[in-house]
Design a protein around this ligand. Structure first.
Ligand SMILES: [Zn+2]
Ligand SMILES: [Zn+2]
Length: 81
């Protein structure tokens, strides 16, 4: 390898690549923290349903909603039919 030449910057042609579709956030029923179990708890007062029973403690400790970072005052269990 020889150094000292001109800095030949390779200009990459701006070829529009394949359109990358924004990943559709498949907000399924999974808990946003462990993404394993289904959501069963809602955060009050923002009412983000995003937790499973296992991760309730995590949010209680942090005191904030993992979705909107808002204040968590209460967590309620919801019952889906
Ligand atoms: Zn969880
Ligand atoms: Zn929230």
């Amino acid at each position: 390898m020889t150094f000292g030449g001109g800095n030949t910057r390779e200009e990459e042609p701006q070829v529009p690549g394949p359109k990358v579709e924004p990943k559709v956030e498949s907000v399924g029923d999974e808990c946003v923290i462990c993404t394993e179990k289904s959501q069963s708890h809602v955060i009050v007062p923002c009412f983000h349903l995003c937790l499973c029973e296992n991760c309730v403690e995590v949010v209680i400790k942090s005191g904030t909603c993992p979705v909107c970072r808002g204040e968590m005052k209460e967590i309620k269990k919801i019952f889906k039919v």
